[in-house]
Design a protein around this ligand. Structure first.
Ligand code: HAM
Length: 415
């Protein structure tokens, strides 16, 4: 049986070959995400992987709706696997916002599902670090979130030479759109326009020109606006805030970014590798109307956030050789060469595990040489052999020194 295309198996290291996804690398990424989020005082939340279909169809925009894994469940409910976390977060906030002091700073590490064409950096499931701030409209919160994004990437050893945050603003694009179409309100045509801008880098100039002229714009003028790159007042605030933290070099204004999702309202941004060889590492922005929309106008709170996928990040870390070696950590191997001492050995195994050590031992009777081979495979730091009811012989395999210790004293010799 093959697994479905675009889905992954994760194997423990050492993996059979470099193309196999590593469970240890995944855990390494999750740990870093959580560590940095906590440094910024974000709290972890989670929601269900299966949601009512409607949560996504009215809020996320056509592109993501076209990629939904949806079906009717046995209770005849239209449901979908979550393609993103933001609508779930908006629903959760709307339900219990009164119990939480503002601004709310929350993060999550959900697995997400999108029926996309499988390609480099894009699969049909991925894990995404989501960090969001709810209840604060000042650009200081945008800067706080972008600083978290930068520090998360820096925690993996990436530097300003490796990645850049491309900052933009839907407000700037909205003004540009309105100056070209003075009589039109925001609406489907404006969203269509954003979609064309979002695809500029991946589409041919001819395709873009055709779509833009159908909306009453020209590629030449659009490119001119992008090249001018004059920061709006809110972008200026963010850049100054980042400069005060010494993080200014990581961000630049780039109006090419507009983001594909429908709900963004103001500042938007994406993180890319500096050479532009990979797809976006992360993307996010302000979505000041989503909580209101999801709550049926009951709760109105400004919000912003980003999502960082594990797929592109891992590709980049591999290319930059920034992944550590994932040796399995066996602290002690308890040798059992005399089966008569198995009960005492099991007691030692139990004691050492209770004391927090990673302990391995032969499950069934095994010859000495086989046990020593296993010690080497596991790269154990110590071996321990029960000598009798009272004593244990401990060998430090790095220093090649041996001590005999009292049974209860064994743990103190394993440092
Ligand atoms: P997004 O731009 O759709 O934003 O996804 C964010 C990141 O998730 C992308 O930059 C990419 O790294 C990763 N990603 C997306 N789709 C795939 C895929 N098919 N395979 C692998 N990786 C993928 C959002 O999802 C927003 N909800 C983020 C957000 C949070 N905005 C506000 N708060």
């Amino acid at each position: 049986m093959e697994r479905l295309p675009g889905f992954r198996d994760f194997y423990p290291e050492p993996t059979p070959h470099p193309e196999v996804w590593s469970a240890d690398a995944r855990q390494y990424i999750f740990d870093k995400w959580r560590t940095v989020a906590r440094r910024y005082n974000f709290r972890e939340y989670d929601g269900p992987p299966l949601e009512p279909l409607e949560l996504f169809t009215t809020k996320s925009g056509d592109e993501i709706v076209g990629q939904l894994y949806n079906f009717t469940d046995k209770g005849q409910r239209p449901v979908a696997l979550r393609p993103e976390m933001t609508p779930t977060l908006a629903r959760m906030i709307a339900a219990h916002e009164r119990n939480y002091k503002k601004p709310v700073k929350w993060f999550a590490v959900p697995q997400l599902f999108r029926y996309e064409r499988q390609q480099k950096g894009r699969l049909r499931e991925h894990f995404q670090f989501n960090a969001d701030i709810i209840g604060e409209s000042n650009p200081a919160s945008d800067a706080e979130l972008i600083a978290l994004l930068i520090d998360t990437l820096r925690a993996f050893g990436l530097t300003a030479q490796d990645f850049v945050i491309r900052l933009s603003s839907r407000n700037a694009w909205q003004e540009y759109y309105k100056s070209g179409k003075p009589k039109t309100e925001s609406g489907p045509a404006e969203y269509q326009f954003f979609q064309v801008i979002d695809k500029l880098e991946r589409a041919t100039p001819e395709e873009s020109e055709k779509k833009l002229s159908a909306l009453g714009f020209s590629l030449h003028d659009v490119n001119h606006f992008i090249a001018s790159g004059k920061p709006t007042a809110e972008l200026d605030c963010i850049l100054q805030n980042l400069a005060a933290r010494g993080l200014r070099d990581f961000a630049r204004v780039d109006y090419q970014v507009v983001r594909g999702l429908a709900y963004y309202t103001g500042v938007v941004f994406e993180a890319f590798d500096a050479k532009g060889a990979f797809r976006a590492i992360a993307g996010g922005g302000r979505y000041d109307n989503l909580v209101k929309l999801v709550s049926g106008n009951k709760v109105d709170l400004p919000a912003l956030g980003f999502g960082m996928g594990d797929v592109v990040l891992l590709e980049l870390l591999k290319e930059r050789k920034l992944l550590p070696a994932f040796d399995s950590r066996t602290d002690v191997f308890v040798l059992i060469e005399n089966e008569g001492l198995r009960p005492q050995s099991l007691k030692l195994v139990q004691d050492l595990r209770t004391a927090g050590y990673a302990v391995e031992y032969p499950l069934t009777a095994a010859k000495s040489d086989k046990q020593f081979k296993r010690v080497q495979e596991l790269k154990a730091a110590f071996t321990a052999r029960v000598e009798n009811d009272a004593y244990v012989r401990i060998r430090n395999l790095n220093t090649r020194t041996e001590v005999v210790a009292g049974f209860a004293d064994t743990r103190n010799h394993l440092r």
